[in-house]
Each structure stands twice: as C-alpha cells, then as structure tokens.
Write a protein that binds this ligand. Structure first.
Ligand code: SF4
Length: 359
C-alpha cells in the first residue's frame, strides 16, 4: 500500500449497469470480455463464472448477429454478473440485444450506419432503462485529422464528443465513453482530453495490447497513469489470454494504484549479495498463503536485517533475513528470530492473531 493517498477522483456522472454503479464516486469496476464462441452459452457462462470468482464486476459478450440474440438472452438470464452486449455494424443486432435483456450495450456509432437507425437503438435503450457505451478506437477513427499521428488523440476526442452531442440531442445521457488506442501514451493523451470536456464516466483500456506479459505493461502504463490522475471509472485490461487473466491483472492494477485494499499487500526486496536465505522461495510461499487473508495490511519480506526492517518500516509486519535466520518484526520492531523453515509459519501465525484482533 502506498504511503500516499490516492488522488482525488474526477467528478463523473453515475450510471447503473444492472446492480453495478459506474462513475459518481463508485469504486472503479473491473470488466472483461468472454471469448467462447457466441453460439456457445455453456462455454460463455463457464467463463463468466470464472471471471466472477476472480473479482470481475461486469462482463461483455459479443453479439455478432441477430441470430445470436437468443443465445445472448440465455447467457443474460443465467449470468451472475451484469452483461454488456458488444455490437458492431448493424443497429438491428443492438435492438435484438436490448430485447434479450442486455444490461448495457457497447457501440461505435461510426460503424453502425445512419443516425436514423441509431435513434431507434437510443429509444430502445431509453425504454429499457439501460446505458450505452460509446466506444471509439484509433483503428476505426473517421475524423479528418486521423492520418496525422500527432493529432490522433485530438481527433479521437473530437469524434467522441461529436457523437455525445448527437446522443444528447436525442435526450440520452445514460452514457459511458471509451477512447482507446493500442499505444498507452495515446490512450493517456486522449482520455486526459476527454476528461476535461465532459462529465460522463470513462471506461479505460489499452486496446489490442497483445499477449499477457506485454499487454500487462502497456495497460499498467496507460490505465495506471490515468488512474493516478484520478481519471477512470471502469477498466478492462485487454490480453490475448483467457478472460480471468485480465480480471486478476486488473485487480492487481487497482491495488497498485491504491484504489483497492481487499487483502494484504506484499513488499519484498530484490535481494543482493547480502541475502543469506532463499528469499525467492520464501516470498513465493508467503505470497501464495496471503491470498487467504482479507486484512488490508502491508507485509514486508526483506533479504537482510541491516536494511530490511528500516527499509520496510512502513510495513505492518514482516521478516528480515540475517546470518541464516529471519527476524520477525512489527512496525519495524523485532519480535523474535526463527530458522528460515519456521519463519513463514511464525509470520502467518502473527497475522492470524492480527486478524483475530488479539494484537
Ligand atoms: S534489503 Fe538487504 S538484502 Fe534486500 S536488497 Fe536491500 S540490502 Fe540487499
């Protein structure tokens, strides 16, 4: 846990996606997208349940055609999470998804045909009482400046704001906006621009970010920088990987940004020539076992006694190695020394006592 408080959040409108609030000071929600075939309700629901178990707040499913709306209706009916319909190219699919019970729809007005058809979708969403996400990506940008890389954030922002104005003209303000690029710096720039120009909640993501390892870093930069600015109401990390991997990483990102404190935070040193125990193994074991706790404390595991407790004095509890043994400390104060194979158990027992409120 950072010793710095999270920054003030940007003031945004609150919208409801089923039971989940987005914006208006609600906790930043995590979402992902299923990738089981759109005509496979069993596979899709299995992914949704797994994502929910990992802490996902809402789920998005592709509805590629009107024919798929029946399967989508079944998914919505059985899903433990609110379901967002992802629609492209055809307003008739959006209408079918709304009728099937979607809790929100995501469209890019730029690829949905004429505004007369979009007006029918807006009216249907209004009648159903559900919000719409306007999603614009740099890959599909239509604005005249879009061929000049330097102006893409500006052009993307202008395009989105133009769409917003059309929705507002139709009396529809139940909106979430997403403006994504595959480049984290572009994502930061465009969201900083749009955040100044409206109060609609923002869905953050770095799109088409690649395989997990690479996408994680791009998302940490793109989404992380915006969260550090207080911008962003819901996030999706886009990995070429199973949906639950995105959810686990998104939760970690929120923890790192100081926006989620749902279990202990583990800090550990990188080790150096002073380290006299197998710290990597010890840290891996502690990391695994801490998942069972929900107490929002900071646990430090350091490779030497001299620098360890001092460097980790902000931690609530920890271990520091020295001369082949490990010292258990609380708030920087030594509590006893243990052999490395006993130290983890001693630390966990002390945390159990903290959980029980005995210390
Ligand atoms: S805490 Fe000690 S062992 Fe770990 S990196 Fe720092 S000096 Fe090295």
């Amino acid at each position: 846990m950072s010793i710095f408080p999270p920054p003030p959040r940007r003031q945004s409108n609150k919208i409801m996606v089923g039971r989940v609030a987005i914006g208006g000071g609600a906790p930043v929600s995590v979402q992902t997208m299923t990738n089981a075939p759109a005509d496979d309700p069993v596979g899709t629901l299995k992914q949704i349940c797994l994502a929910a178990d990992c802490g996902c707040d809402l789920i998005r499913c592709a509805v590629p055609s009107v024919r798929h709306a029946a399967v989508f209706a079944e998914v919505v009916r059985q899903s433990p999470l609110p379901v967002v319909a992802d629609i492209h190219f055809d307003c008739r699919i959006a209408l079918a998804a709304i009728k099937a019970g979607a809790h929100k729809i995501r469209i890019n007005p730029g690829n949905m045909g004429d505004w007369e058809a979009i007006a029918l979708v807006v009216q249907a969403a209004k009648d159903a009482g559900i919000p719409i996400r306007i999603g614009v990506n740099s890959g599909s940008i239509k604005h005249k400046n879009s061929n000049d890389a330097r102006t893409i954030p500006q052009a993307l922002c202008e395009e989105c704001i133009e769409y917003v104005a059309r929705f507002e003209d139709m009396g529809f303000r139940d909106l979430v906006l997403s403006l994504k690029t595959p480049d984290p710096l572009g994502t930061i720039a465009v969201n900083r621009l749009v955040a100044k120009q409206c109060s609609y909640p923002l869905h953050l993501g770095v799109t088409e970010a690649g395989p997990e390892e690479e996408a994680l870093l791009k998302s940490a930069i793109g989404i992380g920088a915006l969260l550090a600015d207080g911008i962003g109401d819901t996030i999706r990390l886009s990995f070429t990987a199973p949906p639950e991997r995105e959810v686990l990483a998104a939760k970690q990102l929120l923890r790192a940004a100081g926006l989620l404190r749902d279990h202990p935070v583990l800090i550990s040193c990188p080790t150096c020539g002073r380290t006299s125990v197998d710290l990597e193994k010890i840290v891996a074991e502690i990391n695994e076992k801490l998942r069972a706790f929900t107490l929002p404390i900071t646990v430090a595991v350091m490779g030497c006694e001299v620098n360890g407790p001092g460097e980790a004095k902000e931690a609530d509890i920890g271990l520091a190695a020295g001369a082949g043994r490990m010292t258990l400390f609380k708030k920087g104060m030594p509590q006893g020394t243990f052999a490395p194979d006993e130290a983890v158990a001693a630390l966990l027992a002390e945390i159990e006592r903290m959980v029980a409120g005995r210390h």
